[in-house]
Design a protein around this ligand. Structure first.
Ligand code: AHR
Length: 342
């Protein structure tokens, strides 16, 4: 297969060279020949195409870095990286580009769960294994992807809910009316679905908890702030804000401050976040966040291990969860920060 790939790339390169004269007037092509410089050596690399969601959050940047650090040329990989800019259509285009270039493996971090059947069928027909990372897809035919590596999003939501219950008990507020709002991630993404479902499972067991409202902040600071501003306009009695990622929590904190309110252990509003990036632990150390449930972005090495097994013709586990823990303001944050890389 790698021989055929080199031949196709050679033809594409000739076509690109032949078109140089007429290309000046045209816009850049949407599908670029991404590894033309390495053409002569392409058979010596394992070529991996990574269709990433975007760069919407600190978590995402750490996740991208993990793949860049793992799939390095000196380790025998050639990584084709495509940033989907939080649009499914861009990710689909990237996958088609990878198929055209006959990569050896496709890694897909799907922005949403639905709408992948057709393009994954094309990858299957081309004989290219697809490894899902971080988020999942919902497809009719489960053989359209080889395996999935990521977080137990539902458990993340449950842990956040259980933590809130224990905290309210410690604070002597177990029987108080507790009013909650949630800043949700990108709707229909596995991270949003799982975290919402997980937290809801705990919420339903507490008669005195009310979910006042939920809104999607699309996992970004700006939209998180906008949604929080609208909640603060609508409700003046919010006790708890659950943020389905750190960047939305940063936006929510800005909105709370701008409204003249406070959050964190010595403030009025209980602030819960998910991701556990350094910036969130800093905000916790500064007294603005109560609890952060970790979502581990360091998935590159786990995906590499899968690729190595597939290269040796070995079976791989269909589902692999990454290890995670939670942090709260009562912990020794300085010590925790020392060992964190993102
Ligand atoms: O899918 C993982 C989520 O996506 C992370 O919580 C979030 O920060 C990212 O954008």
């Amino acid at each position: 297969m790698r021989m055929k790939r080199a031949w196709i790339i050679g033809c594409l390169l000739l076509a690109v060279i032949a078109c140089q004269g007429c290309k000046k007037q045209q816009e850049e092509p949407e599908s670029t020949l991404l590894y033309e410089d390495e053409i002569e050596d392409s058979d010596n690399y394992i070529v991996v195409g990574f269709a990433q969601v975007g760069s919407e959050s600190d978590w995402r940047l750490a996740n991208t870095q993990s793949f860049r650090d793992t799939f390095r040329e000196d380790k025998g990989y050639y990584l084709l990286f495509e940033d989907g800019q939080q649009k499914q259509e861009n990710q689909i285009k990237a996958i088609r580009n990878f198929i055209l270039q006959e990569v050896d493996y496709i890694i897909l971090d799907p922005i949403v769960e639905t709408g992948w059947d057709a393009v994954l069928q094309e990858a299957k027909v081309a004989g290219i294994p697809v490894i899902l990372s971080d988020r999942l897809v919902e497809v009719e035919d489960s053989s359209l992807y080889t395996c999935w590596v990521g977080s137990d999003f539902e458990e993340e939501g449950r842990i956040a809910g259980r933590w809130l219950k224990a905290y309210l008990e410690e604070e002597g507020r177990a029987d108080e009316e507790i009013r909650i709002v949630t800043l949700q991630g990108t709707l229909d993404s596995s991270a949003q679905i799982g975290r919402t479902v997980g937290f809801d499972k705990i919420l339903r067991q507490q008669e005195n908890w009310t979910m006042l409202d939920r809104g999607s902040g699309d996992f970004t600071l700006t939209k998180g702030r906008e949604v929080m501003e609208s909640f603060l306009d609508l409700y003046d009695d919010i006790d708890v804000v659950v943020c389905e990622n750190d960047n939305m929590a940063f936006g929510a904190i800005e909105a709370i401050r701008a409204a003249g309110k406070t959050c964190g252990p010595s403030g009025e509003i209980i602030m819960i976040s998910i991701d556990g990036t350094r910036a969130a632990l800093d905000a916790m150390a500064e007294g603005e966040i109560h609890m952060v449930m970790e979502c581990n972005p360091l998935l590159g090495p786990m995906v590499e291990e899968i690729i190595q097994r597939l290269e040796r013709g070995e079976e791989v586990e269909r589902v692999q969860y990454v290890e995670e823990q939670y942090f709260d303001a009562s912990m020794d944050l300085e010590r925790i920060m020392e060992s964190r890389t993102y």
